[in-house]
Design a protein around this ligand. Structure first.
Ligand code: GLN
Length: 490
């Protein structure tokens, strides 16, 4: 069996039927990480207990117990999720030395299903970024071209998955952090409907936007992972009571009669020609498979980037206030603590602990929330957010799924945008509306640029309509012109 390229489903089947042991699989991937991650820097922490944990799955199988649908699948976890006994950093110095005493619900559910956690994956600090260059643990490289970024903030997850240092990963998406790196690295990434997946135990960035989801190699693996992590959690009151469909069992490539919306505003120009060609090709394919293309419009998406950055930074400034060096986080070394003024204590601890981008966001957010500016910025942004959501509700009365680009460009060069925050923020133009409206969205690999960089297409559906979106993704995957293409690192 080709362990390196097997899907999660194939690995689990092989482990469950004893064709290969979970320990052998963990060992295989451990060697890949050791050999290849020096170039990529996708791991912050490698779990040195992975093989021991895998052996326990083999013992379970030997005893005749059910090891779960993901038995022995080597998994990478974005370092935003708390993992019991395994360091969790959010790629920030401020969380240095933090070892959580519990697992995030997503991690607990996946462990219950049989995964083996191979380690914690790199990201932009506190998931703030679009290139994985703001990590306190160094930038991540794109396995398709080491001079390029893997996207962000879940850049480590995307790079590790594309280079097959793991067989599956999970990321978080506040404004595009699953979909954009999935597109840049040629993997499948799903951001579920807000409320579908528990946020318990995930380091909070912007709580009304954050959602976790799979970043994997196939649509089938995405459907299965999503199904396992979804559903009501008593520990997160924003999770929905809704029943979780059997996404993987009900997956179908039949798109006959489906209405695919093409959002006018997203195809209006400014697209890299190879991105435009990729989306056009996806349209043609869907049409030839019997879907109907309809033009739809959501004019307020023009304002989505500023609205997103007002809301996300406001929530971040509030969420990150907990890292004060007392209850949480890095504490500056003052020697004799009793001789320190409290203000000085906070500002030095936070000043040392946070990186520049995080500080910029805290300042922006604090400004938006301050009295005198609250109504003009934060309240106004929330009102426009509501209108964007309403416009999407109308869009989904006219179509089942919207097809669009994920990003204007394929992966850009490391260093190219990091000194220009506005250029970096504009990168999120096609992804943030989905979060503002609370909708599910995903990226499916469908093209390669002239420079052989991956290009994904984005699918968005109505609230809790993940199945429709996954089905269109499965249909595209089946005819994808880039099927079987691999990054040069593997
Ligand atoms: N790039 C966006 C930001 O920097 C999105 C990040 C994310 O989804 N976590 O905020």
């Amino acid at each position: 069996m080709d362990l390196t390229h097997a899907s999660m489903v194939e690995i689990a089947q092989a482990v469950r039927s004893k064709k290969v042991s979970a320990k052998e699989v963990a060992n295989h991937y451990k060697h890949r990480i050791e050999k290849l991650d020096k170039q990529l820097n996708s791991f912050i922490t490698v779990n040195d207990q992975a093989e021991t944990e895998a052996a326990k799955i083999d013992e379970k199988i030997a005893r005749g117990e059910d090891p779960g649908p993901l038995a022995g699948v080597p998994f990478g976890v974005k370092d935003m999720f708390c993992t019991r006994g395994l360091k969790t950093t959010a790629a920030s110095r401020i969380l240095g030395g933090f070892v959580p005493p519990y697992d995030a619900t997503v991690v607990a559910r996946l462990k219950q299903a049989g995964i083996v956690v191979m380690g914690k994956l790199n990201l932009d600090e506190f998931a703030m970024g679009s290139s994985n260059e703001t990590s306190a643990f160094g930038a991540v490289k794109n396995p398709w071209n080491l001079d390029c970024v893997p996207g962000g903030s879940s850049g480590g997850s995307a790079a590790a998955q594309a280079a097959r240092l793991v067989a599956g990963t999970v990321g978080t998406d506040t404004g595009g952090s699953i979909r954009q790196p999935a597109s840049f690295c040629g993997i499948v990434g799903v951001k579920p409907t807000y409320g579908r997946v528990s946020r318990y135990g995930i380091v909070a960035y912007a709580s009304s936007l954050d959602q976790a989801g799979p970043m994997v190699s196939t649509v089938q693996d995405a459907a299965l992972t999503l199904e396992l992590i979804s559903g009501r959690d008593e520990r997160d009151s924003t999770t929905a009571e809704k029943k979780v469909p059997a996404f993987s069992k009900d997956l179908s490539t039949n798109v006959k009669g489906m209405k695919i919306g093409v959002l006018k505003e997203y195809m209006a120009g400014g697209l890299h020609p190879d991105v435009e060609k990729t989306v056009q090709k996806a349209m043609e394919n869907l049409k030839s498979m019997g879907a109907e293309l309809v033009e739809v419009s959501a004019p307020l998406t023009e304002h989505a980037v500023p609205i997103y950055y007002l809301i996300a930074t406001s929530e971040a400034s509030s969420n990150l206030a907990r890292y004060d060096g007392v209850r949480f986080g890095h504490r500056a070394d003052f020697g004799n603590l009793s001789a320190v003024e409290l203000d000085q204590f906070y500002s030095r601890s936070r000043g040392e602990g946070f990186g520049d981008e995080v500080k910029r966001r805290i300042m922006l957010g604090t400004y938006c929330l301050s009295s005198g500016y609250y109504d003009a910025y934060y309240s106004k942004a929330c009102q426009v957010r509501r209108l964007i959501r309403d416009q999407f509700d109308d869009v989904f009365k006219k179509c089942d799924v919207v097809l669009s680009p994920v990003s204007t460009h394929p992966a850009f060069k490391t260093g190219e945008r990091i000194s220009d925050p506005l250029a970096m923020y504009l990168n999120d133009i096609y992804t943030v509306s989905t979060n503002l409206a609370g909708l599910p969205g995903m990226s499916v690999p469908f093209g390669l640029s002239k420079e052989r960089l991956p290009i994904g297409v984005q699918l968005t559906a109505g609230h809790y309509e993940e199945q429709k979106m996954l089905n269109v993704a499965a249909a595209l995957e089946a005819v994808s012109p880039v099927k079987g293409e691999k990054p040069h690192v593997i």
